[in-house]
Design a protein around this ligand. Structure first.
Ligand SMILES: [Zn+2]
Length: 309
């Protein structure tokens, strides 16, 4: 049994075959997917999708969406967290955080706005007693600083690729670190070192689908220049990504499954109350069409290269 702690199943990339993608995930043993929102306009989408698929969701404003986000979006987030506070499938505030990589977000004005949204969402997490799902990209120290100022109950540092010291700082603040497709690349040396040397109790697995394809789905820059599209990641890939982790650590796949699922439940305590995992055939007839995510999301997704640079 597996838990994909981060997948954007509402993304437009899945519009054509969302039901099949979900069935493949369940058939592969992925019992639960965590679907994080990225902006106010997809709060309803992720919630409806999570309920339809018997998955779980998080509500938040992603740092890449802060340039167009407004105060009203923050108020909407607070109101949604309040309105759905008894929903056991609402498991965290996220995806939120800070991005230190995307060029256009590094001006002093853009950085200040990122900070405003980060701090406000930490306060909501504190107030609503929810963990957070953090976007960490060249921003670990700033995120840690914010967490020390506004402590929350913990959560997940998603697609973590910082230093060993930063990793331990997150762990000390009650966080688990999310690992996914990036660790399948042999040249991801620092990431592989982290995934091998950190205590297994600190690790959760995620695909970040449709982004972050593992190497067997990855299209190189040359292939893309020749017209091939970037490979799409999906939650059914999680066990194969986990196998790479098991091999790196020299432990069994069963141990990776058992421990990372327990870790996910610890990071997102509400997962414990949605533990009645259902059988794949039960979700086959669910109506999953028409869930879109905005076209402007396209092109903003992480690339594998950026994760280990
Ligand atoms: Zn994400």
């Amino acid at each position: 049994m597996w838990i994909d702690t981060h997948c954007h199943l509402d993304a437009a990339e899945f519009n054509e075959d969302r039901t099949a993608v979900h069935q493949r995930a369940r058939a592969a043993g992925v019992a639960l997917c965590v679907i994080p929102a990225v902006e106010a306009t997809n709060f309803d989408t992720v919630r409806t999708l999570a309920h339809a698929q018997q998955d779980v969701y998080a509500l938040g404003i992603h740092p890449l969406f802060t340039p167009q986000a407004t105060e009203a979006d923050l108020a909407q987030l607070d109101a949604a967290l309040e309105a759905h506070r008894h929903d056991p499938r609402l498991v965290a505030v996220g995806e939120m955080g800070l991005d230190g990589f995307v060029q256009s977000l590094q001006t002093s004005e853009a950085l200040a706005k990122q900070q405003i949204f980060y701090r406000a969402q930490l306060q909501y997490a504190q107030h609503h007693q929810l963990p957070v799902i953090l976007h960490v990209r060249r921003s670990a120290d700033l995120l840690l600083k914010g967490l020390r100022k506004t402590p929350v109950m913990g959560g997940i540092a998603h697609a973590f690729n910082g230093s060993m010291q930063q990793a331990h700082a997150f762990i000390d603040l009650g966080f688990k670190l999310g690992f996914g497709g990036a660790l399948t690349f042999e040249r991801a040396l620092q990431l592989r070192r982290l995934a091998t040397q950190l205590p297994l109790s600190a690790i959760v697995l995620e695909t970040d689908a449709p982004d972050m394809p593992p190497h067997w789905r990855y299209t190189t820059a040359e292939q893309r220049a020749a017209g091939l599209p970037q490979g799409r990641n999906e939650p059914a890939e999680l066990p194969r990504i986990a196998k790479v982790l098991a091999e790196l650590r020299g432990i069994s796949l069963q141990e990776v499954a058992a421990v990372t699922c327990a870790n996910a439940r610890q990071a997102l305590p509400r997962l414990q109350s949605v533990g009645d995992f259902h059988h794949p055939e039960r979700c086959s007839a669910l109506p999953l069409r028409g869930f879109g995510w905005h076209a402007h999301t396209r092109g903003l997704g992480r690339t594998c290269e950026s994760q280990w640079r």
